[in-house]
Design a protein around this ligand. Sequence first.
Ligand code: SAM
Length: 296
Amino acid sequence: MPFSGMDDPPGAGPVNEPLRAVIARHGLWAKKGLGQNFLLDLNLTRRIARAAAPFDNVTVFEVGPGPGGLTRALLEAGATVVAVERDPRCCAALAELAVQWPGKLTLVEGDAREVDPADHIEGAIKIVANLPYNVATPLLVGWLGHARRFASMTLMFQKEVAQRIAAAPGSGEYGRLSVLAQWACETDCLFDIPPRAFVPPPKITSTVVRLVPRAEPEAVDQQALERVTAAAFGQRRKMLRASLRSLGIDTDALIADAGIEPTARAETLTIPQYCRLARAYAARSVTPPADATRTR
Ligand code: SAM
């Protein structure tokens, strides 16, 4: 049930109470299973908010606000925020923040994988999140499927995932996620955040990435693109004529349709070439309707 701070206050805490005190008062010890590493450094939360600004005429969709550090920075920067949080303990702390910012923060308790931002926000949407690492990639892939509904996405990932998102063909990091992300968006790794900035500190460095949806991405079915990239990168050291066999269709014909060298390897193909491959795959894997197969 969304709570926007316009309803009866549930007992607000002191305004601008330090996040550490909020965490202590609500017993928000970090749960590993929920990817909870809280960012308490105001300089960094404000830096992420600045990277996502401006916030005129948009609503921010925040995933996993936790105790509300980034949420506060977004609100201070003038954003209106709809935040989805799975942990009910955090929701209690966030409900207090919603009271302090009447009408500016709406809280949705639930799993972000099951929440469509458009069900809660009318008009332009910017996604901003310190994503829980365990669901970061599936969430991004889901949003990429309809990326043009978002004005931008400013997201924190594990550094290795961020590098894969922005990797160029030919590099060791280039993979399925690079193709899907760069097909739909311009991608930019903005800055790193060291483990010591979090409570508790994770084992890895994090990176904030900005994705700005392309106005006109190449016309291609995302599922077909996902299938061909999964097959190609599933065996990235092999030539495409071998790695694409897992698609279960005539690989030589598919590669010829797409105008690609059969001896090429997954990591050398550009995104336009993957799009050609996906279109050829979609054309070959669709069973024609019964009428279309009849001799006229
Ligand atoms: N935004 C906070 C910060 O910067 O300190 C917390 C970030 S923490 C890395 C990830 C947050 O996502 C946690 O608060 C966790 O409870 C929440 N979370 C984990 N899985 C989630 C899911 N499937 N849907 C919504 N929130 C989730």
